[in-house]
Design a binder for this molecule. Structure first.
Ligand code: GLA
Length: 393
């Protein structure tokens, strides 16, 4: 579902900023929402995200020299950012949002796919900034998709996701897992992706919500994953894994069943570390169970597991905070809410809820009012649709 207006804006802005119309193409890559399976993707566990119809749009065209030029409609105060392909190894923080596309160009080169000439690019996104719906992953996937199209590199969508993650880890300093880039690059309309991050095997699961909608509620709390405790959580899970590996033969926390975890958990003598590992193990098993429930048509059980997921992220993994807790806890009180939980990295960002059609208005109104009363500023609500992967438009 391409937003023609968004497409027109990138093409018109391209002409205005770079004075060119011929040979300019437009592209789109989606953001994502994760239905269940949080903080499992760097623990070799399962995730269950889907691509959204909102995302990042771009217009791009190849140049005849080695210059790269970037312009963002959303962040027009930065103006045009210009850099030579020969300088991208030594860029300072000053490049702002352009660190994402530049990081992808850098990561392509690491894989032997070097650009001979530069290109110009204008972007415009309709994912709310800082909402945790993966605007950065969509920009990375978009850039990879554009590089394949313009330079003819032989690279699959799955590789584009992996290169995006590599650039985020090694160029932009966020030690994220593969979920966001994978969901954006591999998205399929009306389907969620049941992905095993241990070996990247996956299957599409149709999301047929007869009489219900997916509603996202944004806390509007500003957060930035790179500054947050995200990397610290990941390190703690890695430490827990190393300790557990002394007593049980596993490659990741996702290899443990609940019984095995309960049997061995006391080797984790730091209670905080034990809680973090517990979340990773239980959340992975919950995700497997949730997909089974969905396939069996038991949406209520799926919703109950969403609630358990949030509680575990709140009590054991400690990544929610009062804003996300308020949105989820207020949602659980509303008749017609099948399930509600935080989605994404946490510490702000959004909740995702499955809400019966007839309850959506009351949900937005009541949760919205109670959030404002408690937090002091407003939450924003969006009813979203599940979209496909990146495309030339
Ligand atoms: C962020 C990361 C993902 C994943 C989630 C938590 O979105 O980018 O890789 O770890 O947090 O599930």
């Amino acid at each position: 579902m391409i937003d023609e207006k968004m497409k027109q804006v990138v093409l018109e802005t391209f002409e205005k900023e770079f004075g060119k119309k011929e040979g300019v193409n437009a592209y789109f890559a989606p953001g994502r929402v994760n239905l269940i399976g949080e903080h499992t993707d760097y623990n070799g566990g399962h995730v269950f995200p889907c691509a959204l119809t909102i995302g990042t749009y771009a217009a791009a065209a190849k140049r005849e020299d080695r210059t790269l030029q970037f312009y963002s409609v959303n962040q027009d105060r930065f103006g045009v950012y210009k850099v030579s392909l020969d300088d991208i190894d030594n860029i300072s923080d000053k490049a702002g949002w352009t660190n994402y596309p530049i990081g992808v160009i850098w990561a392509f080169a690491k894989r032997g796919m070097k650009l001979d000439k530069g290109f110009d690019m204008v972007i415009n996104g309709n994912i709310p900034n800082g909402s945790g719906l993966s605007s950065s992953a969509s920009l990375e996937v978009l850039t990879g998709f554009i590089l394949r199209d313009i330079y003819g590199f032989e690279v699959s969508n799955q590789d584009i996701a992996l290169i995006g993650q590599y650039s985020e880890n090694n160029y932009n300093g966020c030690n994220c897992g593969i979920m966001d880039q994978f969901a954006s690059a591999m998205g399929k309309e009306d389907n969620a992706i049941f992905l095993d991050t241990a070996d990247l095997s996956f299957e599409y699961a149709p999301i047929k919500l007869d009489g219900a909608k997916i509603v996202i509620a944004n806390t509007n709390k500003k957060h930035k994953l790179t500054d947050s405790q995200y990397n610290a959580r990941r390190s703690m899970c890695e430490e827990a894994l190393a300790i557990l590996q002394k007593v049980v033969d596993i490659k990741g926390l996702g290899d443990l069943s609940i019984e095995e975890f309960e049997q061995h958990k006391n080797v984790l003598t730091d209670p905080d570390m034990q809680k973090k590992a517990k979340h990773a193990v239980y959340e992975n098993q919950r995700t497997i169970e949730a997909v089974k429930a969905l396939k069996a048509g038991d949406l209520n059980h799926f919703g109950e597991l969403m609630r358990q997921s949030h509680e575990s992220l709140r009590d054991d993994y400690d990544v929610t905070g009062i804003e996300l807790d308020t949105l989820a806890e207020e949602a659980w009180k509303i008749p017609g809410v099948i399930g509600s939980r935080m989605t994404g990295g946490g510490f702000g960002g959004c909740t995702v809820s499955i809400v019966k059609d007839e309850a959506v208005e009351n949900f937005k109104k009541t949760v919205g009012e109670n959030y404002l009363k408690k937090i002091g500023y407003e939450a924003t609500f969006y009813t979203v649709e599940i979209g496909g992967g990146p495309e030339k438009i």
